[in-house]
Design a protein around this ligand. Structure first.
Ligand code: DGL
Length: 258
């Protein structure tokens, strides 16, 4: 259901950890005049291997906290939480929720090789949101999936480019490259933080990585009835409140990277 909110808006954004900051970066560019509250569920990170019931319970608790703090729209900046909980959130609460879309469509439309890769968590790849999207496109393109095992932990630790980070990224990415994928969907909001390492591994391959965050920010702007502003995220930085269920160390560190 679409809701238009015309006044200055408080936008809640949450993720299992700091990955959703890659979505916040796009929101800050697209909607610079909003007030933002970002919640990292650091005490329960990662969500990827947890049950959909547990993730839904966390998504509801966090949404209620964000609404109590005045959020008028919530961006579920986590593919795993979107897969598990978006329909419950929309059914249970009256404010609009924007979730992460697996960007299979732009990958399928752009591929030249006819092979696309999707990197995501196990939870996202098992969810009906992804499976339904995959079914729409897999008669036209070959879809290869990879679970980014260890990626979330690297991002939370702030290890984005060490030899260990490169090894972990290579383990998930190389099979997709070997299968001929020329479009690779970043299906977890933590993964854009590892983009320079992923690009380094993919050197010599003709491959484009696709991050759905700009489309998610554009959808939030549309729901708020505002034009998407192409601002510089750092120059136009509005007030952002950073909250966490655990330590705020990773959050404060990775916030400086966006
Ligand atoms: N950033 C997340 C996502 O988009 C969470 C991953 C996790 O906690 O395992 O799926």
């Amino acid at each position: 259901m679409e809701t238009l909110i015309k006044m200055a808006t408080t936008i809640g954004v949450f993720d299992s950890g700091t990955g959703g900051l890659s979505v916040l970066r796009e929101l800050l560019k697209a909607i610079p005049d909003a007030h933002y509250i970002y919640y990292s569920d650091n005490a329960n990170c990662p969500y990827g291997d947890k049950s959909p019931e547990f993730v839904t319970q966390r998504a509801c608790a966090i949404s209620e906290l964000l609404m109590d703090k005045g959020a008028q729209l919530i961006v579920v900046a986590c593919n795993t939480a979107t897969a598990a909980a978006i329909s419950t959130l929309r059914a249970k609460y009256s404010i609009p929720f924007v979730g992460m879309e697996p960007a299979v469509k732009p990958a399928a439309l752009g591929t030249q090789s006819g092979v696309i890769g999707v990197l995501a968590t196990a939870g996202t790849l098992k969810g009906s949101l992804y499976l339904d999207t995959k079914q729409k496109y897999n008669s036209n393109v070959k879809i290869i999936e990879g679970v980014g095992r260890g990626f979330v932990e690297l991002v939370e630790e702030g290890d984005l480019s060490s030899a260990k980070a490169e090894q972990i990224c290579r383990t998930a990415l190389q099979p997709l490259l070997d299968a001929g994928a020329d479009r690779i969907v970043l299906g977890c909001t933590h993964y854009p933080f590892l983009l320079s390492t992923l690009r380094k591994i993919a050197q010599g391959y003709d491959v484009t990585f696709i991050d759905p965050a700009p489309a998610v920010a554009a959808r939030a702007a549309q729901l708020l009835g505002t034009e998407v502003c192409a601002c510089n995220a750092k120059a136009a930085r509005p007030k952002v409140e950073l909250l966490s269920s655990g330590s705020t160390e990773a959050l404060e560190r990775n916030y400086l990277l966006i």
